[in-house]
Design a protein around this ligand. Structure first.
Ligand code: GLN
Ligand code: ZN
Length: 760
């Protein structure tokens, strides 16, 4: 039996690529220096995989920003406004990813969206009638050869044509079907390039086939691959699927001329049934994704070996694979110095997963694996999980009743009461919570963590920052203020650290987008809150100003979705445990005089099941109640806000309304305000703050630009329901552009208020 992985993380095991890339953005290093770091990362990872005996080692899974963007650029899908900047190849690429503002021009970044049900973001490539789709890039070929020079044969990976066509944004009159011919030729040329290099296998990632597919989708898939594969020559092609099952196209995939089919058996449980029901051709390889690519728990060797054995007994040629790219897990446990062995031995990050693959390959070849030490050690992990059960928590969740899910009085009545209590201007302005996390802010936290400064010094610094932040917001003229979140490293980790039941890592970073990484905490056991988590900072900020200060919490669904979840209890059970803890915090903030409380659910949408038919039954039916439980205890006059990032929630608007928040702020500027129509059509009742500018880019929007956005919003949203705010928190931005952007925001609102005096 052979082993394979779908892809490896690429920011570097200590985030070397992130730091170098950011230096490059600040023009502190040359492209050559950046390329050198990139090369070192790729090479050390290939070598690590080779040492662990991985038989199918991917290449071109490296990216400076995003794999889908790489694929678009590879095939010349680059809108003219980016080409026209006349930048170098790499800088054009970065302009697509982050926007560009400088002496060569001013363009926004491409929109960014969450990659399936992960917290990774991809860039949405844009195609227009002028685009000539053809192979122009060299990256996959160069990286393949780079590995080859090290004596390592790799399997180049690219996003496949079906997923690419599905993910493109068509801005001209042409649609997907108009590009099919050109796409086929481009992918054929891609294969031909590898034929001439003598490459053994190429991997086409086709995660889009795990969605519900229409008849047209299936035809498209068949058309693309029957043409492309006709030209594959000596190169063997693996079609790799992940994040779900392929029940809509299983037989069609088998009928196409692929040499290998990659299936996800972790999230795609139904793939087991498909394989049981239908035969699997003897002349193809089954790349079986049994090692979870998205979670950090050790694989259960017994279960995996049983499956592998059963397939082998049926004569299926199996390759043991990960269920998805390892991009979604941290690099290595090696860097975790503080993690206790009792916990640690239960985890496998990317590097440890390579070791699991190595172990399993050895075990399946041995007759008596049940006596093997590696096997026995693994089995013991599943018999004993210390510190994971808390009887008080279980008692509380089992006592949850319906009334805990319902806030009284109903929205309309509350809205009136709150408007009176607030007594502010129309189009109230606010921010999403965080202010720039400057070097000093980060240093203060890390010095405290490392014990270099004492608690008093640490807190004094934060109080000083809060003071400056409140003063700045007053000076800018914002209406609802925030304390700035200087004490927070990350919106989930911060809460995780204060809740019981979590386990923490030091260096376990996972890429979120571009150079941004997150460090998801691990839900180890039952969750509870032993003391207040935010009251101290929020009340301090409130004491400095007459304006309302918004309390800032992360919601239970987001905390859960951005943590590595348990696999021994249900997600619903975990969500309810967290919801009860956050509910206690909400009530404490209210008791301390905080009248507006924002509960961020930035990640609510991302774990929506990929198939629509599962949305409510598998997710929303507990996710929405979990949120409602958080705020159902507050008074009518307390205003509950929620915030979502990158929410393409057009299709779940009723569910969002059912969260029963009073105000929701969300990302809108990058997606051209499309959501507004949907809000209107659905008679959305919650007040809304669609972001008026994109905070993921350093460019400063002009007053005019913001006014234009506001007027577009006012076309669709009654003025008394509209809030004005940036897209998301400002923590990744510099102080200067933050000030610039917010002052433009306030100025734009002033002008719009003046121009609309008559209408209110
Ligand atoms: N309140 C958080 C912040 O402003 C929200 C971040 C987010 O939505 N990702 O940073
Ligand atoms: Zn956000």
């Amino acid at each position: 039996m052979k082993t394979s992985i779908i892809g490896y993380p690429r920011v570097g095991s200590l985030r070397e690529l992130k730091f170098q890339t950011e230096k490059y953005f600040r023009q502190e290093i040359t492209e050559e220096a950046l390329q050198k770091t990139a090369r070192q990362i790729r090479q050390s990872q290939w070598q690590l995989q080779a040492v662990n005996g991985i038989d199918f080692i991917p290449s071109n899974d490296f990216s400076f920003y995003d794999l889908l963007l790489d694929t678009a650029v590879l095939f010349n899908i680059i809108p003219e406004r980016y080409r026209n900047l006349g930048l170098s190849e790499l800088d054009t690429y970065f302009a697509l990813a982050r926007g560009y503002q400088g002496d060569k021009g001013d363009v926004k970044a491409l929109p960014m969206k969450k990659w399936f049900n992960t917290n990774y973001h991809y860039l949405v490539p844009e195609i227009d009638d002028q685009t000539e789709v053809k192979l122009i890039g060299k990256k996959p070929f160069l990286e393949y050869e780079e590995a080859k020079e090290l004596g390592i044969e790799t399997q180049p990976v690219v996003i496949g044509p079906f997923t690419l066509l599905k993910k493109l944004r068509y801005v001209g009159s042409q649609k997907a079907e108009d590009y099919v011919q050109a796409i086929c030729v481009a992918y054929q040329d891609f294969l031909k390039g590898f034929q001439s290099l003598g490459t053994g296998w190429v991997q086409f990632d086709e995660p889009n086939v795990v969605y519900d597919l229409s008849q047209e989708d299936i035809h498209l898939l068949q058309k693309l691959y029957s043409e492309i594969l006709a030209q594959k020559g000596e190169v063997k092609v693996l079609v790799q699927t992940y994040f779900g099952d392929v029940k809509d196209c299983y037989e069609e995939l088998l009928a196409l001329d692929f040499d290998g089919i990659g299936l996800d058996f972790v999230e795609g449980r139904q793939n087991f049934d498909l394989l049981d029901k239908h035969s699997f051709p003897k002349d193809k390889l089954l790349f079986s994704g049994l090692i979870n690519g998205k979670n950090i728990w050790r694989n259960n060797y017994q279960l995996t070996l049983e499956k592998l054995q059963a397939w082998q007994d049926r004569g299926i040629k199996v390759v043991l694979n990960t269920s998805s790219s390892l991009l979604h897990v941290p690099y290595s446990l090696k860097h975790e110095e503080k993690l206790k062995t009792t916990y640690r031995k239960h985890f496998a990050f990317a590097e440890e997963k390579l070791e699991e693959l190595r172990d399993l390959k050895a075990l399946i070849q041995s007759e008596k694996y049940v006596k093997d030490a590696r096997y026995l050690k693994n089995q013991a992990l599943f018999e004993n999980r210390p510190d994971s059960y808390n009887p008080q928590v279980r008692q509380r969740t089992s006592a949850i009743t319906e009334d805990l899910f319902t806030r009284q009085p109903a929205f309309g009545e509350r809205e009136k009461i709150q408007k009176e209590a607030f007594n502010g201007p129309i189009l109230p302005t606010t921010t999403i919570g965080s202010f720039p996390q400057t070097q000093e802010v980060k240093k203060n936290r890390s010095d405290f963590k490392k014990g270099k400064i004492d608690q008093a010094t640490y807190e004094a610094f934060n109080r000083q920052k809060i003071k400056e932040c409140i003063a700045l917001q007053e000076e800018l003229g914002l209406d609802v203020l925030v304390h700035g979140e200087f004490e927070r490293n990350d919106m989930v980790e911060y809460f995780g650290e204060q809740l019981d039941g979590y386990v923490f890592t030091e260096k376990a970073w996972v890429q979120s987008y571009g150079t941004r990484c997150v460090k998801p905490p691990i839900i180890w056991g039952d969750i509870s809150r032993s003391q207040t988590m935010t009251v101290k900072w929020t009340t301090y900020a409130a004491s400095l100003t007459e304006q309302p200060v918004k309390g800032m919490l992360t919601g239970p669904v987001t905390i859960l979705n951005w943590s590595f979840p348990r696999e021994d209890i249900s997600l619903k059970e975990s969500a309810y445990q967290i919801a009860l803890a956050i509910r206690d915090e909400v009530l404490d903030l209210e008791a301390h005089g905080i009248k507006i409380i924002q509960v961020d659910e930035a990640a609510l949408r991302e774990k929506l099941p990929l198939r629509k038919s599962d949305w409510y039954s598998e997710y929303l039916d507990w996710a929405i109640p979990a949120f409602r439980m958080v705020h159902s205890g507050v008074q009518a006059s307390t205003q509950i806000h929620t915030h979502m990032c990158y929410s393409e929630f057009t299709d779940i608007i009723p569910a969002i309304d059912a969260m029963d928040a009073d105000v929701i702020t969300f990302e809108a500027s990058r997606s051209n305000l499309l959501i507004l129509d949907a809000l209107k059509a659905n008679h959305f009742q919650t007040e809304v703050g669609p972001g008026v500018y994109d905070i993921h880019s350093p460019r400063v929007p002009s007053v005019e630009e913001i006014k234009t956005a506001l007027y577009k919003m006012l076309d669709k949203i009654p003025i008394e329901k509209l809030w004005v705010n940036p897209d998301c928190g400002l923590k990744t931005r510099g102080e200067k552009e933050t000030k610039g952007s917010l002052s433009h925001l306030v100025q734009a609102v002033k002008e719009v208020r003046n121009e609309n005096k008559g209408s209110i």
